[in-house]
Design a binder for this molecule. Structure first.
Ligand code: ADP
Length: 211
């Protein structure tokens, strides 16, 4: 059996002036697993996912990545976020640059890659998501499914070990959803650990190793 990559030990979290969103949750996820986090709106799925790359820090308990407790200083979070890629539910909130190329290049540029390496990883990532030739397109002119792919390419360009998807098919039609789920399977076959949240039981159960 593969080793554990993500682990939570009795974590709790309450939003400031808000309700308790996470109460005493423990679990582990192994390398290369396909995990679906299933529950109705408001169950706490997004909150939990945001613990995986340190965007939210539990009030109690600990989160571990690769068997080490997550550290929340800037330098440690930088390393963690290269290894745990996060694809937001709404691609409009993830896509920031005026062209597809610049958007996908943003992460690698931040990691200090050379121009040449940036070109290579961007072109590989775009090929991966089926968006070759989209380099110069302005993201706001793309369809919902294409925007989602740009967001995924931006994360893939940093070659993370774990990919976290918050409601990956939200807003997509059935064909678009199916394409995205196929892409997730492909990435999993290439060795990535995939964690997604969804309220869609019919989507989650046939796809996931564990839900
Ligand atoms: P899900 O992803 O399962 O829909 P969330 O993790 O978004 O659930 O939300 C869990 C709970 O935390 C909900 O009750 C929600 O209202 C609350 N919540 C989420 N974000 C915030 C926030 N920024 N401030 C206060 N409460 C929040």
């Amino acid at each position: 059996m593969s080793s554990i990559i993500v682990e939570a030990r009795e974590i709790r979290y309450r939003y400031p002036r808000g309700m308790e969103a996470i109460r005493d949750i423990s679990f582990h996820i192994r390398k290369k697993e396909k995990i679906a986090l299933v529950g109705p709106n408001g169950a706490g799925k997004s909150t939990l996912l945001m613990m995986f790359n340190g965007m939210i820090r539990p009030d109690a308990g600990i989160m571990l990545f690769d068997n080490e407790p997550i550290q929340y200083d800037t330098a440690s979070l930088r390393i963690l976020r290269k290894r745990v890629g996060f694809v937001l539910q709404n691609p409009d909130r993830q896509i920031i640059a005026p062209t597809v190329y610049q958007d996908v290049a943003f992460g690698p540029a931040n990691l200090g890659y050379s121009e040449e390496k940036i070109r290579d990883v961007v072109s590989l990532a775009l090929r991966h998501v089926g968006l070759e030739g989209f380099e110069r397109r302005p993201p706001h002119q793309l369809s919902g499914g294409e925007k989602k792919r740009v967001a995924i390419a931006g994360v893939l360009a940093m070659d993370p070990d774990v990919l976290v998807f918050d409601e990956p098919t939200s807003g997509l039609d059935p064909a678009g959803s199916e394409d995205i789920m196929e892409l997730l399977d492909e990435l999993n076959h290439e060795g990535k650990t995939i964690i997604l949240s969804t309220h869609d039981v019919e989507l989650a159960y046939p796809w996931a190793d564990r839900a």
